[in-house]
Design a protein around this ligand. Structure first.
Ligand code: GLN
Length: 277
């Protein structure tokens, strides 16, 4: 069957997604798919393409089908064990890199809720600094570990399976902690995209009744784990969430600056820890 016939036959899939799936199965670049629409596929290949397109039409995210997602110009391996890296999260990485460029002495960095490793591994790759990646899910850390090898930074990263700081040693303090913790509130859950709800790991998204429960626990412990002059960068989103978490950080003694994403939403809170305690 010809590529064009497969594409015309399939309903309910975005054209760009179709090209992506075809490029994935045929192991070619997307342009090559578009330039060879009359190429004939053998029965087995055509069958495989149709099966994956069907999954896409039923809502499986493209990234879980191709097992790849671009983030900060790097290609990350992803599957159902991890949240798919979002473009919005690049705002957090940019903020972290800006600070690390200005303060080269910052050496100890922790990525809390690392998931696929997107944030921490990019920081390790761009700065050459060591990172501790923490996640409550051992399955997610297996994916992050694979990505650290793919990105050539395995020797810079330590992995720790822990519910927030539960498994870390109190005496260890960090210069920078980055966190993209779950922040979706129960009331917002229904309005999430179908693909997200049905396929992405709920533990990576569900922030409890008001969406701030995980951040609340995190901020309580945070001061014990930062050096004086250190900082925290948290990703947030959703109605009122920035205000809530900003207040928590201020109440804990942080100086807070807010960074917006490319759509203009308050997306990242940067808290400086100046206390001597
Ligand atoms: N931005 C994500 C979403 O809306 C939420 C990520 C998170 O909870 N940390 O899909």
């Amino acid at each position: 069957m010809k590529i064009l016939d497969i594409m015309t036959k399939q309903e309910g899939v975005d054209r760009l997604d179709m090209v992506n799936v075809l490029a994935f199965v045929l192991a070619v670049r997307q342009e090559e798919v578009l330039m060879n629409l009359d190429r004939s596929l053998d029965e087995e290949t055509a069958h495989r393409v149709s099966a994956l397109l069907k999954e896409r039409s039923q809502g499986k995210p493209l990234a879980y089908i191709t097992k790849r997602k671009e983030f900060f110009s790097e290609s990350f391996f992803v599957d159902e064990r991890v949240l798919i890296p979002r473009p919005d999260t690049e705002t957090l990485v940019e903020g972290a890199l800006e600070i690390l460029n200005k303060k080269p002495n910052m050496k100890c960095i922790l990525d809390m809720g690392a998931g696929s490793g997107a944030i921490g591994l990019i920081i390790a790759k761009k700065t050459g600094k060591r990172i501790v990646c923490v996640d409550v899910s051992q399955k997610a850390l297996t994916v992050a570990e694979k990505n650290s090898r793919d990105l050539g930074v395995r020797d810079k990263v330590d992995f720790l399976c822990s519910d927030l700081f539960g498994g870390t040693r109190r005496e260890k303090k960090f210069d920078m902690i980055v966190a993209n913790l779950p922040y979706v509130a129960q009331t917002e859950w229904d309005s999430l995209m179908r693909d997200v709800k049905a396929h992405e790991p709920r533990t990576a998204l569900d922030g409890g009744a008001d969406g701030a429960e995980v951040y609340r626990r995190f901020v309580q412990e945070l001061p014990h784990y930062l050096k004086t002059g250190g900082c925290v960068l948290c990703e947030i989103g959703g109605a009122g969430r920035a205000e809530q978490v900003r207040e928590m950080l201020r109440a804990a003694g942080f100086l807070v600056v807010t960074k917006r994403d490319l759509s203009g939403n308050e997306r990242v809170l940067i808290g400086s820890w100046t206390s001597l305690s």
